[in-house]
Ligand binder design. Structure first.
Ligand code: PLP
Length: 401
């Protein structure tokens, strides 16, 4: 039997998908399951987006497209960037990919040699760790527990940058915590970043349209425009426009980086399909009422989630201000037994599996995000399911001995 490359031994299947699969299986067996596990926005794109896709089909060229993205796609992204105050770019600064995940993967290929370090906060989005492992980079994990609202401090950033990582990867709003950095917090971190010119900065801000409480979205490039020379902003249509399956990711950064991404694309994906690009243009250039309505809906759902979390003794849940996740620290349950079932809860993994078995509620163990004291609740389920799901979550705690 021929050998695999070592690389594949370092890649892990997604822990989130494993929970989602189990929830799906129980549902297929007839169980009443409420799924808080998968991070999908759970709405479909606006009609104008489907209309643009149909129109594109009617005039299909059937050809390969540009490695960087069509002119129309890049122009639409440029205008979209300007709306969030990221100005001064041209299409030469932009590139696209099959979802933000592939864009980030490409960035890792382009910026990290084997053994280079990439630094990021914990909790982190699961794929950061796995992508780093696949390209054989070292990771410097910067712990940001619930006690510090899951947010990175300027002091932590300074200590990390002193070690000269090749890349600092930042995610705002955050998956899994829903935390959003305010204007002053971003400015304080940006002040540190300017002092370390040898580190690339990637801001994975794909949830930037889902910020609540009038907090606004802020990027290091707003605070210190000089950082643009080494800052790469990553965006995606997946969450903002209800298009995770359409697979459109985008980046804006230095021309040299955009060119490197196009070169990598030319050697694997070639291009995003023409019909998808047409739909993406319509999403960014068309009416923004669907994302705006969803932001209001998610903010109301966040309030519902927090009312329940705040009322459970011992559970600590920093208040999310964006995306559609809450990340309660549930470690108060560890070492206890679920009375009615007699099942013991040792850690986040058994917490999630006992909760799913006994209450039919699926959450993702925090260890998938590097924080084993917590679990992730994704609250985009259909509205009628949210209150009963939360009620079962609270009942579960009340039943612990
Ligand atoms: C923080 C973060 N970055 C990137 C992605 C990937 O998004 P896409 O669907 O565009 O690949 C996700 C998806 O869950 C995410 O949560």
């Amino acid at each position: 039997m021929p050998q695999f490359a070592q690389r594949i031994g370092r890649a892990q299947p997604s822990a989130i998908m494993q929970v989602a699969e189990k929830a799906k299986r129980l549902k297929a067996e007839g169980r009443d399951i409420i799924n808080f596990s998968i991070g999908v926005p759970n709405f479909l794109p606006g009609d104008h987006i489907y209309a643009a896709a149909r129109e594109s089909l009617a005039h299909d060229s059937g050809q390969y497209g540009s490695n960087r993205g069509s002119d129309a796609l890049l122009e639409a992204f440029l205008a979209h960037l300007e709306k969030i105050g990221l100005t001064g770019y041209t299409v030469a600064n932009l590139a696209s990919g099959i979802g933000a995940k592939q864009v980030i993967y490409n960035l890792a290929e382009a910026l990290l040699d084997e053994g280079d370090t990439i630094a990021f906060a914990v909790p982190y989005w699961t794929s950061y760790r796995d992508i780093a492992a696949i390209v054989n980079a070292k990771v410097d994990l910067l712990p940001c527990p619930a006690a510090q609202d899951y947010k990175l401090t300027p002091q932590q950033l300074e200590a990390a940058l002193e070690k000269k990582p090749r890349v600092f990867l930042f995610n705002n709003p955050s998956n899994p915590t829903g935390m959003v950095y305010g204007r002053e917090e971003i400015a304080a971190l940006a002040d540190v970043l300017v002092r370390y010119p040898d580190t690339w900065i990637i801001t994975d801000d794909i949830y930037h349209a889902m910020v609540f409480d009038e907090l606004g979205y802020h990027n290091f490039a707003h605070a210190r425009p000089e950082l643009r020379d080494r800052l790469i902003f990553v965006d995606s249509l997946s969450k903002t426009y209800g298009m995770p399956g359409w697979r459109v990711g985008l980046m804006a950064g230095p021309e040299s980086v955009a060119k490197a991404i196009a070169t990598l694309n030319s050697n694997h994906i070639t291009s995003i399909p023409e019909v998808v690009q047409a739909a993406a243009v319509a999403a960014m250039a068309g009416p923004q009422d669907v994302p705006a309505a969803k932001r209001r809906e998610f903010q109301a759902k966040r309030d519902q989630v927090m009312d329940v979390m705040d009322a459970i003794p011992g559970v600590v849940c920093p208040r999310p201000q964006g995306a559609f996740y809450a990340f309660p620290d549930v470690s108060v349950a560890f070492g206890r037994v679920h009375g009615p079932s007699g099942l013991a809860i040792a850690d986040d993994l058994t917490f999630c599996s006992v909760l799913l078995e006994t209450k039919g509620v699926a959450c993702v163990p925090g260890s998938a995000f590097g924080e084993p004291r917590a679990v992730r609740i994704s609250y985009t389920c259909p509205t009628p399911q949210l209150a009963p799901g939360l009620q079962r979550f609270a009942e579960f705690f009340a039943e612990l001995n």
